[in-house]
Design a protein around this ligand. Structure first.
Ligand code: GDG
Length: 459
């Protein structure tokens, strides 16, 4: 392991930490673990626990990787996580200025928790560590680390979209927040559109400049690189999981319940960015205009609740319950339920089986950084008889998956047309489209993604 030592550890920082005993649910967790294991590592973040005092640390070691998590006080949690991160930044970054609930004390709480993260982290760092910070909860972290004398390479990856500069400047004190990105050495984004937005913001809104070699310079004079790294999935693992899932009882039960009806599937965290009400309305539109499809299709929407402490999430949950009830009330027959709306989460292995069973995936976020469900759906298909992906143009994944049926999720008629087309698409065309998308996923998997980012960060 001398090579590994020479490289320095990988220190990952994210709001939540996937501990070693938890089954790695997402590709991201396993990719981070693999990268840390190779060179030794530390994963630091919030424990998910709200304690009476902020600052209690929990440590777990697993071979060459150490996991350190921090409890937050109720006030810190409410201001940093439920407040500024999820009620101001999340809607802003998803092009929803109408939902931004900015409060100065929450921004201060956000900055305070970032400073607290820096205080703890600085004591654990070694000079040759490479630090990789994830997502919108921790934008100012590098600036706080630099202020404490940290000279290490620090990279940042934004998992959400980055909207146009014209929207970013609507956030009070946006400059104090977004210009801290220049404290990183590398900022990674999902798509070229996000990168253009970042460049435009730095160049035209806060007096930064473009340096030779494409580096951006912030108003403080520090320069950093920004580049596109579209995140992906563990393609080989997902393919295998979907094949194995065909033997699961739950899959047989789902198939029996379908009685040869074509399954349309959607899988999304219950979030207003995912376009769920619009999707339900489009399904209503389809059933209204295509009576020939009644009883021949079934729409399964899996939507595990998330961020229940944020009011907008409770509201959308009620809206979807109403819409699902309305659609079933309007079209259901004694032996047919048009929409199966399920508010729970499932083991990932089972999800891969559901994806494979579905003739169509309906993935229509209003805005999404990438959308990994779209990629997983493609990887799970039976190559001999693949299903069709109907995908929003506004998911980052659309930039790579141009062979999906791309739609504007705001138009129920367009969405319903695409669904109709997907349900009757000839096998030959399904195969061609699937093959083209699968080629992308085989080349660009999650390992290629993390390697590309880390290579650029350390070069
Ligand atoms: C953010 C960005 C970006 C879903 N339901 C269950 C379950 N899932 C898994 C999916 C997929 C993951 O969760 C969801 O990833 P997405 O990318 O679709 O969406 P976000 O959660 O919003 O993720 C997004 C991503 O970060 C990565 O950068 O693509 O744009 O918003 O893997 O399969 N997993 C399990 N049970 C469920 O019920 N186990």
């Amino acid at each position: 392991m001398t090579g590994a030592k020479a490289q320095g550890r990988l220190v990952v920082v994210s709001n939540r930490v996937a501990l070693p005993k938890q089954t790695a649910t997402g590709g991201l967790a396993s990719a981070m673990r693999a990268a840390m294991r190779e060179r030794g590592g530390l994963w630091f973040g919030w424990s998910g626990k709200i304690g009476s005092d902020t600052g209690r640390l929990r440590r777990v070691r697993d071979d060459t990787v150490e996991y350190v998590t921090l409890d937050l006080s109720r006030l810190d949690h409410d201001q940093f996580y439920a407040g500024f991160a999820n009620r101001a930044l999340w809607p802003l970054l998803h092009y929803r200025p109408d939902l931004v609930d900015y409060r100065r004390e929450q921004l201060e709480g956000y900055l305070r928790v970032n400073a607290l993260f820096a205080d703890h982290l600085v004591q654990m760092l070694e000079p040759d560590d490479v630090i990789w910070v994830h997502d919108y909860h921790l934008i100012p972290l590098a600036a706080r680390l630099r202020a404490r004398g940290v000279k290490n390479r620090i990279g940042f990856f934004l998992h959400t979209p980055l909207p146009a500069a014209a929207l970013l400047i609507g956030l009070p004190r946006h400059q104090a927040l977004f210009e801290t990105l220049s404290a990183y050495d590398l900022v990674g984004l999902h798509t070229a559109r996000d990168l253009r937005a970042l460049e435009d913001y730095f160049l035209h809104e806060i007096g930064g400049a473009m340096r030779p070699g494409g580096r951006l310079r912030g108003p403080d004079g520090r320069s950093f690189r920004a580049a596109v790294f579209p995140i992906s999935i563990d393609t080989a693992q997902v393919v295998q999981s979907a094949r194995e899932a065909t033997h699961l009882d739950e899959i047989a039960q789902l198939e029996t319940s379908l009685q040869d009806r074509a399954l349309i599937i959607g899988v999304d965290r219950l979030d207003y960015s995912k376009g769920l009400p619009e999707r339900f309305r489009a399904y209503d539109h389809l059933l209204e205009h295509r009576p020939d499809l009644h009883r021949r299709i079934s729409f399964l929407q899996i939507a595990p609740p998330s961020r229940g402490s944020v009011p907008e999430y409770r509201q959308i949950r009620r809206e979807l319950e109403r819409l699902a009830g309305h659609i079933n009330g309007k079209y259901a027959a004694p032996d047919w339920v048009p929409i199966r709306y399920v508010n729970q989460s499932f083991p990932h292995s089972l999800l891969t089986g559901y994806y494979r069973t579905a003739r169509v995936a309906l993935i229509t976020p209003l805005r999404d950084g990438m959308n990994l469900v779209a990629k997983e759906y493609v990887a799970c298909q039976d190559p001999k008889n693949p299903g069709v992906l109907v995908l929003s143009r506004f998911a980052g994944a659309a930039a790579e998956l141009g062979d999906a049926l791309l739609v504007n999720p705001a138009d129920p008629a367009e969405l319903a047309d695409a669904l109709g087309r997907a349900l009757t698409m000839p096998l030959r065309e399904r195969r061609q489209r699937w093959r083209a998308m699968m080629d992308v996923l085989e080349k660009q998997d999650i390992d290629a993604w993390s390697k590309a980012f880390l290579e650029r960060l350390t070069s």
